[in-house]
Ligand binder design. Structure first.
Ligand SMILES: NC(=O)C1=CN([C@@H]2O[C@H](COP(=O)(O)OP(=O)(O)OC[C@H]3O[C@@H](n4cnc5c(N)ncnc54)[C@H](O)[C@@H]3O)[C@@H](O)[C@H]2O)C=CC1
Ligand SMILES: O=C(O)[C@@H]1CCC=N1
Length: 271
């Protein structure tokens, strides 16, 4: 099916649904008129309407209108939503869950047998088409559905198909990882404020520093330890700062954070 003919639905219209929809629209992958989003209240629907998308308070209407349906509610709400939409799910639907922790086994158990279902873990920078996403297919979804999802979501950033066992790890690394990076950015900027730089300038420079460092890592393909070494002049400023970070156990703390978020995603998936 041509993406331009595809009708795309969102059940749940919050930050992540908005991010994915924005990526699709910016890339011209799906016309705004082909997108329908549902939520119980108007709180989040305004942003969809402003982009030219259609909105409703009725989840079943999304199923009736769309072929590709993103389930973008919070994980604890999802079982109730699946129970509600189940009677309207047909063989032509492609159902994509964004919910952290919710396994393909649970999705398949709560949907009609044979449903084409995929489990996606995105991250918030989809909003600016710089997301990092991984997905896995359920038993009813084939190469065609995987290719369609990958092609559509490539407009939102990096998108890879992975074994399902990687999805909770990706949640700890990247889905949640965005928040760790913001914490680091905030700390960088506050350090500069402490030393006398105005806050707004320090924030802009912190963000550009993260962007530049990430771009070099992606474009050179070098290990971050090599790139870090390139910044260190013997006896210079950087090695004095890195010594402080090592004393604060930055690396172990970040590894613990990834582990904690991954374990939490696993716990959230237990029925
Ligand atoms: N925010 C993030 O950075 C990421 C979120 N996710 C996942 O995306 C999903 C959505 O998260 P957010 O967008 O952050 O949440 P959000 O709270 O911004 O959006 C949730 C949306 O679901 C709607 N909703 C609530 N009950 C509903 C119901 N019964 N039927 C239909 N819609 C209903 C809300 O009105 C809201 O529009 C979650 O499952 C989360 O695990 C995944 C990766 C990153
Ligand atoms: O905090 C959460 O549970 C969600 C999943 C990844 C990012 N936000």
């Amino acid at each position: 099916m041509e993406a331009a003919e595809l009708r795309v639905g969102f059940v749940g219209a919050g930050r992540m649904a908005g991010g994915v929809a924005r990526g699709l629209l910016l890339a011209g992958k799906v016309p705004a008129g082909n997108i329908l989003a549902s939520a119980p209240s108007d709180r989040n629907l305004g942003a969809f309407r402003e982009s030219g998308c259609r909105t409703t308070h009725c989840n079943l209407e999304v199923l009736q209108d769309s072929t590709l349906v993103f389930l973008a509610t919070k994980p604890h709400v999802l079982p109730g939503v699946l129970q509600e939409i189940r009677p309207a799910v047909c063989p032509h639907h492609i159902i994509v869950s964004l919910a952290a922790g919710v396994t393909l086994q649970t999705l398949q158990r709560l949907l009609p047998a044979g449903t084409k279902v995929l489990r996606l873990m995105p991250n918030l920078p989809c909003v600016v088409q710089a997301g990092a996403m991984v997905f896995s297919r359920g038993d009813g979804a084939g190469e065609q559905e995987a290719a369609l999802l990958k092609s559509l979501l490539s407009s939102c950033g990096l998108c890879e198909e992975v074994p399902e066992s990687y999805i909770n790890i990706h949640t700890g690394l990247s889905g949640s990882g965005v928040a760790y990076v913001y914490l680091f950015a905030e700390a960088l900027a506050e350090g500069a404020v402490k030393m006398g730089m105005p806050g707004p300038l320090a924030s802009r420079i912190a963000a550009q520093t993260l962007l530049g460092a990430a771009k070099m890592m992606l474009e050179t393909g070098e290990h971050p330890a090599k790139l870090r070494g390139d910044v260190c002049t013997p006896g210079g400023t950087t090695i004095h700062a890195l010594h402080q970070l090592e004393k604060g156990a930055l690396r172990a703390t970040v590894m613990n954070a990834v582990e904690a978020a991954t374990n939490r995603a696993c716990d959230m998936g237990k029925d």
